[in-house]
Design a protein around this ligand. Sequence first.
Ligand code: HEC
Length: 219
Amino acid sequence: MENGQSVWTSIRFWRRSAAWVTGFASALLILLTFDTMGQIKMGTDEDLQKGITKRVPAPTVINHHIDYKYSKKRGHEVPVIGDKEPFFGKEWSPKEARALLHKGKLTVQAKNCINCHTILGNGAYYAPDLTKSWLDPKWKQLMAMTNSKTKEEAMAKFLQHPEKYPTHARRMPNLKITPEEAQAVVAFLKHLSTIDTNGFPRGFSKGVKEFEAGGTYAH
Ligand code: HEC
């Protein structure tokens, strides 16, 4: 600015501005990273017992009934954790539930389910999105088809013999999933459905309404 120079051509001004903008953006990013980490941190069994809602609930959430309800405030569906209900006929301790989910996750990875399906936005759209699959009303139909008393039983049977119970234009191949693996995968899918994904995948409930009105269900 000496010698009548304008601020816009001052190198010092631009250097300072760049330093401030970089500094501010870095601080904001660090802050947001910590905020996100806090939001996606898995809750504990105590949270569940106290009715504290976490974005990612504790593994023992598999001992509860799960609903998916429209929230006016948020403008989309949110998972609602309900009363306790047996899962595969029993209540799972925190340790058991954690081990079961771990096995389910390993199976999902080993069998490469996301080669065809999508989980939390990762994967393919050849087959239905699995993020909210536990809440899919089609399991009612599969309970009848597989002669099962519970949804988890129907899902486990479907996973072991998908070729026997087609409900879709495309078929899922038999991936030689063992009964133990199937149980663990169902637990993984149930837990997945309790994660608050801000209404993702969009249109899930629209498909549900069409299905319940007697249409075909595709999502
Ligand atoms: C080669 C592609 C492919 C792979 C790999 C695959 N699936 Fe599927 N899956 C499909 C197709 C196609 C359907 C729809 C068929 C049907 O419902 O009859 C399906 C349906 C499903 C359904 C029913 C979903 C719903 O809500 O309608 C579930 C649950 C499922 N798969 C889980 C899995 C899991 C878990 C794995 C990994 C262990 C897996 N799939 C691997 C192709 C695949």
